[in-house]
Design a protein around this ligand. Structure first.
Ligand SMILES: Nc1ncnc2c1ncn2[C@@H]1O[C@H](COP(=O)(O)OP(=O)(O)OP(=O)(O)O)[C@@H](O)[C@H]1O
Ligand SMILES: Nc1ccn([C@H]2C[C@H](O)[C@@H](COP(=O)(O)O)O2)c(=O)n1
Length: 237
């Protein structure tokens, strides 16, 4: 399995408590972890979250869903929470600064060094912000290919009470996906990093296809695995 090669540079955070006691907290900086990051991309409802749970159970990654982190932040009674709510309702993309900071916070707090980052980067701006702020490239990118009618069907029957699971917002999210997310997938595809997954089929059937990519990755001792360069993807509309 994975050799754990943390460098363990500690960051000491000093805080003076109310009673004058000095509390020193130490944490490993994520910059010093030997991070293995897999980005999981695909349109809304293509099954990213469902498959991430299975990857976590089988391959020991930690799952960070950018959408889920934003939804949690949205329920905070703050200006940023309200901004996230408006943006998600409109099917638009939250400014990268907010999302990357949330990802950073959760990666830093988690001892694991293997992360599945689901629904990120959604735009070139997201991608560049992550590269600049976190400074790590993904080892590979899973791209869930799914017909739009199937994605709409799945989202409309998801029934989790999400404010963006309605036909009006779904249409906007699909448009944003075609316009902003496909260029990101093409960016990684040109670098041989994209593993295309056929997202149609039973949940277990789709996972069987995904499994081989992680097994191969582990066999290569977690060295960045170069996928074959796949054809560029063009938005159909
Ligand atoms: N292979 C599948 N076949 C049929 N339904 C599926 C399949 N995979 C997932 N689903 C269902 O489709 C819905 C959407 O799946 P999921 O939430 O995993 O998608 P997602 O890509 O994470 O969506 P989003 O980007 O909107 O968060 C869920 O109700 C899930 O149970
Ligand atoms: N990188 C991201 C990821 C998500 N969002 C917002 C906009 C999405 O429509 C919404 C839901 O995300 P999902 O659960 O479908 O991954 O969250 C964003 O702005 N930036």
């Amino acid at each position: 399995m994975v050799p754990c090669t943390w460098k363990f540079t500690k960051v000491f955070t000093t805080r003076i408590l109310d009673d004058g006691v000095i509390e020193e907290k130490d944490q490993a900086r994520i910059e010093d972890k030997n991070l293995h990051i897999v980005f999981v991309l695909g349109g809304p409802g293509s099954g990213k979250g469902t498959q991430c749970s299975k990857i976590v159970d089988t391959f020991g990654f930690s799952h960070l869903s950018a959408g889920e982190l934003l939804r949690r932040e949205m329920s905070s009674d703050t200006e940023i929470g309200a901004m996230i709510c408006d943006t998600i309702k409109e099917g638009k993309i939250v400014p990268s600064e907010v999302t990357v900071k949330l990802l950073h916070k959760h990666m830093e707090a988690n001892e694991n060094n293997k992360f599945l980052i689901d629904g990120f980067p959604r735009t070139d701006e997201n991608r560049v912000a992550f590269e600049q702020f976190i400074g790590v490239e993904p080892v590979f990118v899973l791209y869930f290919e799914c017909p739009e009618e199937e994605m709409v069907r799945r989202v409309l029957s998801r029934n989790e009470g999400r404010i963006d699971d309605n036909i009006e917002t779904i249409k906007k999210r699909l448009k944003v996906f075609r316009k902003l997310n496909l260029p990101v997938i093409n960016h990684y595809s040109a670098r041989g990093k994209v593993h295309k997954i056929n997202a149609v089929g039973t949940i277990d059937g789709v996972f069987d296809n995904i499994r081989s990519h992680f097994v191969a990755y582990e066999c290569f001792n977690i060295a960045p695995l170069q996928a074959g360069r796949s054809d560029l993807i063009h938005a159909s509309t």
